[in-house]
Each structure stands twice: as structure tokens, then as C-alpha cells.
Design a protein. Structure first.
Length: 321
């Protein structure tokens, strides 16, 4: 496995000298933040990128820099409308992609929502579990035939998975008080477990899946936070790491935050990363220390039995809508 990249590497560093002409990528949430930078980096190296966005009209201007990069790098960008909080929208988008019948070399499940006030998707699921996990699960399960043999699936998880294991008995907070951070953590645990089970089910075609911790960066993901609340969160993280004898957490640039996604999608040995949790362009260690602000992956986020149970639960939830 390539060992030349780390926490400070950018997406452009990772793709230096890489030619992606003839390769096709699907990136969800491609109009802002890490998804926008991921799409830009791939297109600038010749890739054909299909980006999903919630609002096509707004995304046209927001993705102008990706189109510029695609033009300069002989790549391309196509946008498709997708609202992961609506299974009807997921079905419509998936049907369009299937009708187009062009295969993808890599799918990057990047889009997400973080710690909003309590809400439900149009199908009645808790908003974060429904958007971050079930929306992606439904989309990728339906378009799986388009993922080429020896392809890759990259699912963005988060350090926040360390906040909470998945509660398969009450994934939608119907029997307990809602906590936005617990719900976010559970959805990110679900993202990691989805990659584990997808990897198990599809490696016979040479397809490998991995989850990614991109690192903390100032995107619009925490848009539900006030400036004071966001500052308080940074202070809490800093104190928890200091109490544990860890160095201060450093904010990444958006390009640095996109680096591990791009590394997993293109550069890393797919058989080394399959079924694993990645951070800082490397396979992360298993770390079950209770402090949620440690680096590394909690073992429950990679538990094969839990991953299989989540798959069955997700199929059941979608089937009951």
C-alpha cells in the first residue's frame, strides 16, 4: 500500500501523476464541501464525474469550478438531482442512471447531514439515519449492477461514529429521547457497517468497499450550529484530547479532507482497504478507548455480524415504506 500520504496531503497530492481518462465516478453531494472538492480533483485528472445534488439550479453555479477543472483536465461533470431524504427521489435518480446503463468504476457516498434538530424524512425515518444511511443504502443497492467488476465503493463515515453504536431496535428514535450528536454518531456507524457488508457481498466480483473518516474541516456540514456552539464543540474536543494526552486536533483544509476519499477511490490497493475504516490516507487502527475524540475506529463499526443485521434491517425498513 502507498505510504507517502498522510493527514496533510491534499486531493491533488494524492492524484499527482494519475490519469483518470476513461474512468467514471459517482459522487453524492457534489455541489459543496468535500464532495465538491472530490469531484473537482477527479475531473481535473480526466475522470467522468456524475455528481448528485439536491437542487440542480443552485448546483449549476456552485459546481462551476468543477466544470473549469474538467475542461482543463479533459474530464467531464454531469449533475443528477437526488434528495437522499426521499426514497421516491432515490428511486427516480436510480432509474435514470440504470436507463443510461453506463457503468461506474467508483461510487463515493459522500453526502450527509450533521446534528440537525429532530426531524423525519418524507418516509418517516429519523433524518440523519434516513439520509446518511438509508438513502445511500437504497440508491447503491439499486444501482449496484452499474458498479463495474473490480470497482470500489467509498462511504464517508466520521470520527463521530465513536459517539454511539447503532441501535437496531430503535434506529428512528421512536422509543427514546433524541440527541442530535448521538443520532449523527449512529448514522456514521451505520455508514461504516454498510461498507463492511457491501464489501463482503460483492468482493466475489473484485469489488471492494471501505469507509472513510475525512477529518475535521470548515464546510457547510455543521450549518445547524451557531458560531458559539461550533466554537464550544471545538473547545470540548480540544479538552478531551488534552485530558487523554493527545495532541490538539487540527482542522484540515477542504482539499486535505477530500484526500482520503480520493486515495481510497483511486490510489490505495483495494484489497488492502476492503472492509476497513480509513483516515489520513491509511487504514485506521481499532481503538476502543472510551474517549470519543481518539483517532481510529471503534470495533463495533466494523463488526461483521452487526453489519449483516443492519443490511437486513435496512431492507425491511425500505420495504415497509
Amino acid at each position: 500500500m502507498t505510504e507517502n500520504f498522510g493527514a496533510k496531503s491534499t486531493a491533488d497530492d494524492v492524484l499527482s501523476g494519475v490519469n483518470l481518462h476513461g474512468k467514471r465516478f459517482l459522487v453524492t453531494g457534489a455541489s459543496s464541501g468535500i464532495g465538491l472538492e472530490t469531484a473537482r480533483a477527479l475531473a481535473s485528472h480526466g475522470a467522468s464525474v456524475v455528481g448528485t445534488v439536491r437542487d440542480l439550479a443552485k448546483a449549476e453555479s456552485a459546481t462551476a469550478l468543477v466544470r473549469d477543472a474538467a475542461r482543463d483536465g479533459d474530464g467531464s461533470l454531469e449533475l443528477i438531482e437526488l434528495d437522499l431524504a426521499s426514497l421516491k427521489s432515490v428511486d427516480t435518480s436510480a432509474d435514470k442512471l440504470l436507463a443510461d446503463s453506463q457503468p461506474f468504476d467508483v461510487i463515493i457516498a459522500n453526502a450527509g447531514v450533521m446534528a440537525p434538530p429532530f426531524g423525519r424524512t418524507v418516509d418517516g425515518f429519523e433524518l440523519q439515519f434516513g439520509t446518511n444511511h438509508l438513502g445511500h443504502f437504497a440508491l447503491i443497492k439499486k444501482i449496484e449492477p452499474l458498479l463495474a467488476d473490480n470497482g470500489r465503493l467509498v462511504v464517508l463515515s466520521s470520527q463521530a461514529h465513536r459517539v454511539a453504536d447503532l441501535d437496531l431496535d430503535d434506529p428512528n428514535f421512536e422509543q427514546q429521547a433524541y440527541d442530535p450528536f448521538v443520532a449523527y454518531g449512529r448514522s456514521k456507524t451505520a455508514n461504516s457497517l454498510f461498507a463492511v457488508e457491501f464489501d463482503r457481498r460483492h468482493r466475489n466480483r473484485g469489488i471492494r468497499a471501505a469507509s472513510v473518516m475525512p477529518g475535521n474541516s470548515l464546510t457547510d456540514l455543521p450549518r445547524h450550529f451557531s458560531q458559539e456552539a461550533l466554537q464550544g464543540l471545538f473547545e470540548t474536543v480540544g479538552k478531551a484530547r488534552a485530558d487523554a494526552g493527545l495532541p490538539p486536533a487540527e482542522l484540515k483544509s477542504i482539499s486535505q479532507a477530500a484526500a482520503t476519499s480520493v486515495w481510497a477511490a483511486v490510489v490505495a490497493d483495494k484489497d488492502d482497504i476492503g472492509g476497513r475504516y480509513l483516515e489520513d490516507c491509511a487504514v485506521a487502527p481499532i481503538e476502543d478507548t472510551p474517549n470519543p475524540f481518539f483517532d481510529g475506529a471503534r470495533s463495533y463499526a466494523l463488526d461483521a455480524d452487526k453489519a449483516a443485521q443492519l443490511w437486513e434491517k435496512s431492507e425491511s425498513l425500505i420495504g415497509l415504506r
